[in-house]
Design a protein around this ligand. Sequence first.
Ligand code: HEC
Ligand code: HEC
Length: 215
Amino acid sequence: MLQRAYAGLIAAAVISAFLASCSATPKTGIAHGEELFQNCKPCHGEAGHGNLELRTPAIAGLPDWYIIEQVTKFKGDLRGANPDDMEGHRMRPLARTLYHPGDIENVAAYVSKMPSQWMPPTFTKGDTAAGSVTFNGVCITCHMADGKGNKDLHSPPIAQQSDWYLVAQLNKFHRGWRGYSPEDVYGGQMRAMALTLADSTAMHNVIAYVKTLPH
Ligand code: HEC
Ligand code: HEC
């Protein structure tokens, strides 16, 4: 049932992206980005805060450079291409609708200016003390002590993001669904870090700690 509803969402978003691309007076810059964001809303929500049922992350307020990098990876099959990666398969067709020069940059500029929201924890399991040891021993180097990321290292902010999404991504890196290609240098660096987490418990612990960071 969810699959069918999802197929409808993807089709509707792809069609409306096509119609928007036919509009007579094309907008530019951030105004164009706002127009393109209408196609993101069905899945990422009006305010861009994501949706657990649709397994979509919060994207509002993510840095523009990170949005550009990730959408480009979805488009170029560096992310979401594994046949078992259901969520990745839903995002990939949308990345492909952004094919005019400037589309990705404009939607990224708009989304990055939307107010971000700290997503409250959804799971209760997770040993934050054990997670703190991992975070402050490993993850801190790139995601920084406050979990807000580092542009120079291409590492995104994670402190604000939904815990279930962060754990899902750690699993994807672990399985080689993300960061698997030699072309994807930064994804590969993160994959190596995910591989230092032995199992699901270690992933839940470190993300439970991330959710204790001040916001
Ligand atoms: C059909 C549903 C759907 C639509 C429409 C959609 N997305 Fe997504 N998007 C997803 C899903 C599902 C994921 C999570 C993929 C994963 O788990 O790897 C995602 C992930 C992302 C990410 C990665 C965020 C991160 O922190 O890793 C970005 C950026 C993104 N989407 C931007 C957009 C933009 C911009 C649009 C509009 C042009 C859009 N999406 C439209 C479903 C959608
Ligand atoms: C060497 C630098 C580095 C270290 C250390 C590192 N990361 Fe990352 N992390 C990255 C980069 C770069 C990305 C973006 C990868 C991409 O482009 O796909 C990332 C992405 C992520 C994501 C996906 C976020 C999203 O929005 O999709 C999660 C979750 C994450 N890191 C958690 C961790 C955890 C937990 C640790 C510690 C065990 C850690 N990282 C250590 C560099 C690092």
